[in-house]
Structures are given as structure tokens and as C-alpha cells.
Design a protein around this ligand. Structure first.
Ligand code: NAD
Length: 243
């Protein structure tokens, strides 16, 4: 399906990014695994397992978009598919929220996505490509103690809707995935009682797995998904949040 496609996945050392890297590599794509310089070992391990490549960058570094675009151009001459998956939580109620926690969540989860896409579109991004951005059900419904995270993930929904219109003339589709509770490092950091509640707040009554999200991303990256753009696909097991 994605044979000979070059795919960039941000945050691919763990969780949803890692699962997606494996699925797209199994489809025949060459996956460029991007993660922070301090995650070199984990990132290299994933890339090695799937016959992919490594690109180390902090997506929120203002110099990263140009560096990523240049690197992809020089090494591969193109990128066909971009998965904006890198993300963080910096949970606090607004009363306790430090400015740097707000900024980190918004910079990594939203601003970096817009800047990297812009740099790639002016460089190695191919026409008829695919862009998939990770939102969240928190970006649809909000969540107590996650105003910064919810705002950033809600921003992703606006971004894909705007970009889908702008990029239609190049045949590029842009969509968002809104996962519910998925078993990853991100949710392992949630206090145990809230974590258990998160698992049960879905029709399936359990947390989802990273592969569940990866399968939906894989579909949106396929040639057959050409008619789907500017959409938000919930992968949440029928979560009650925002339903
Ligand atoms: P994870 O922590 O396992 O993976 C996140 C990855 O992003 C890590 O590899 C991390 O090193 C990388 N990353 C973080 N900051 C970065 C930066 N500045 N530069 C480059 N890489 C960076 O978490 P996950 O659950 O797999 O999350 C993946 C995406 O899915 C995130 O955008 C997250 O917000 C979203 N999401 C997850 C859930 C869930 O329940 N797990 C729910 C909704 C949305």
C-alpha cells in the first residue's frame, strides 16, 4: 500500500508513534523515526527493528522545522507522509499552572506541528501526500487539570480543517486522530485512581492499545483514504468524554 513512501513520524520512540512506525514499515514504507536527542538509544532501537532511519530533534526548538526539512531533502529527496505524533502533558489546574508548563504543552503539541508542516511544504513534501496529526478527546471535550493540553489538542482540530482546504489543490490530505485512553507512557503517569477511571469511561470498559491508534493512522495514510480530509477520527472505544 505505502510501498516506496517516505514517512516521518515524530515521537516514534514509544507508545502510539512506535506502534505506527511498525505498522507503516510492515506496509513497505521507509519510516524516519524522529525523537528528542536524549531519546537517541530508544529511537535508534525502533528504527533498527523496522529498517528505518533516525532523525533526532526537539520539535519545539525554533530551529527544528528548517533542520528537519533540510535533513529529509538531503537524505531522501522527499517526504510523502507526515505523522505529527510527538506530544506531552503538563497537567495542573489553571490556578497552579506555571507559564512554562502552559508554553511547553502548546509549543510541542500545536505550534511545532504548524511550523514543521510549513517547512516541509516549502521543501520535501510531495504532492498527493498525507498529513496526520494527533489530537485527543480532551481537545474535543476539555478535561479538568488539562486546560493547556486540551487547548493545544483543540487547536490541532482547527489546524487540520484550515490546512485541508489550503492543501487540496496539491492533493494532500490532512486529518486528526483523537484517541481516548490509550495504554502508553503518557497515561502511565496519571494517578492510579484517575487512570482506572479513564479506562472504564468507554463502551469497551478498558484502555485502548497503541496499535489501535496506529491502525487508524495507517488507513488515513493509504491511497484509499484520498476522499477523507479535514476530519477528526476518534479512536476511543466509544469513550463517554465529549460523545
Ligand atoms: P508517549 O509519551 O509514549 O510518546 C510521546 C513521544 O513524543 C515520546 O517518544 C517522546 O519522547 C516524544 N516527544 C515528546 N516531546 C518531544 C519533543 N519536544 N520533540 C520530539 N519528540 C518529543 O505518549 P503517547 O501516548 O504515545 O502519545 C502520542 C500522541 O498521542 C501524543 O500527541 C499524545 O498527546 C496523543 N494522545 C495520547 C493519548 C493516550 O491516552 N495515550 C490520548 C490522546 C492523545
Amino acid at each position: 500500500m505505502t510501498q516506496a513512501k517516505t514517512v516521518l513520524i515524530t515521537g516514534s520512540s514509544s507508545g502510539i508513534g512506535k506502534a505506527t512506525a511498525k505498522l507503516l514499515a510492515a506496509e513497505g514504507a521507509h519510516v524516519v523515526c524522529l525523537d528528542r536527542p536524549q531519546d537517541d538509544e530508544l529511537c535508534s532501537k525502533v528504527a533498527h527493528e523496522i529498517g528505518g532511519s533516525v532523525l533526532l530533534a526537539d520539535v519545539s526548538d525554533p530551529e527544528s522545522p528548517a533542520k528537519i526539512a533540510k535533513d529529509l531533502q538531503e537524505r531522501f529527496g522527499k517526504v510523502d507522509i507526515v505523522i505529527h505524533n510527538a506530544g506531552v502533558t503538563r497537567d495542573k489546574t489553571l490556578a497552579r499552572m506555571k507559564k512554562e508548563w502552559w508554553d511547553q504543552a502548546v509549543d510541542i503539541n500545536l505550534t511545532a506541528v504548524a511550523r514543521i508542516t510549513d517547512a516541509l511544504l516549502d521543501g520535501p513534501m510531495q504532492d498527493d501526500g498525507r498529513i496526520v496529526c494527533l489530537s485527543s478527546v480532551a481537545g474535543i471535550a476539555g478535561n479538568m487539570g488539562q486546560t493547556n493540553y486540551a487547548a493545544s489538542k483543540s487547536g490541532i482540530i482547527g489546524l487540520v480543517q484550515a490546512q485541508a482546504k489550503a492543501l487540496a489543490k496539491r492533493g494532500i490530505t490532512v486529518n486528526a486522530i483523537a484517541p481516548g485512553f490509550i495504554e502508553t507512557r503518557l497515561t502511565a503517569a496519571i494517578p492510579v485512581v484517575i487512570r482506572e477511571g479513564g479506562r472504564r469511561l468507554s463502551n469497551l470498559g478498558q484502555g485502548g492499545m497503541p496499535q489501535d491508534v496506529g491502525e487508524a493512522i495507517t488507513f488515513l495514510c493509504s491511497p484509499g483514504a484520498v476522499g477523507v480530509s479535514g476530519q477528526v477520527l476518534r479512536v476511543c472505544g466509544g469513550a463517554l468524554i465529549g460523545a
